[in-house]
Design a binder for this molecule. Structure first.
Ligand code: HEC
Length: 136
């Protein structure tokens, strides 16, 4: 164990780094997507058709389409969206006021690596769709 940690220490300056830091992966992201209830709003396949979708004031993103990623479609941008959650501003003209409403919770209890894994999984759903492919 000590020896393993020693190798990781060395890795900070060299080639061992990838084996010592947890790396985001699509497989981990798939598990986290299930475990964190994303499917209740976005649906099992990410089509924006989960059981809770109908009751929301704003439809959950359908991950097949790039246009749905208003806050950015890259791995880093999706990870940031997950960290911050999504609030929308509701105008209430009668009361001459607006209020912010959280339509998607924030997932700031997850690690950055976990959020990036989920982001990679979300991106993988898009890449498998016919429309909205990301150009490399
Ligand atoms: C309570 C329902 C709900 C849950 C749970 C939920 N979302 Fe969302 N999500 C939404 C709604 C609603 C939107 C669209 C908000 C808008 O732009 O109006 C959205 C939008 C998004 C977007 C697009 C953001 C953008 O760029 O505009 C991504 C990506 C996303 N969700 C990922 C996830 C992931 C991954 C999870 C699980 C970790 C998750 N969501 C859990 C409701 C939810």
């Amino acid at each position: 164990m000590l020896r393993w940690m020693g190798l990781c220490g060395l890795g900070l300056v060299g080639a061992w780094l990838p084996s010592c830091l947890p790396m985001p992966s699509v497989a981990a992201g798939r598990d986290l997507y299930q475990a964190n209830g994303c499917a209740s709003c976005h649906g099992r396949s990410g089509h924006g058709d989960g059981p809770a979708a109908a009751g929301l004031p704003s439809g959950p993103a359908d991950f097949r389409y790039l246009s749905q990623f208003k806050r950015g479609a890259s791995e880093a941008a999706i990870a940031r969206t997950l960290a911050e959650g999504i609030s929308i501003v509701h105008g209430m003209p009668a009361l001459k006021t607006t209020h912010h409403m959280l339509v998607m919770p924030k997932f700031d209890h997850l690690t950055e690596t976990e959020r990036r894994s989920i982001a990679l999984y979300v991106i993988s759903m898009r890449a498998n769709a016919d429309e909205g492919r990301v150009q490399p």
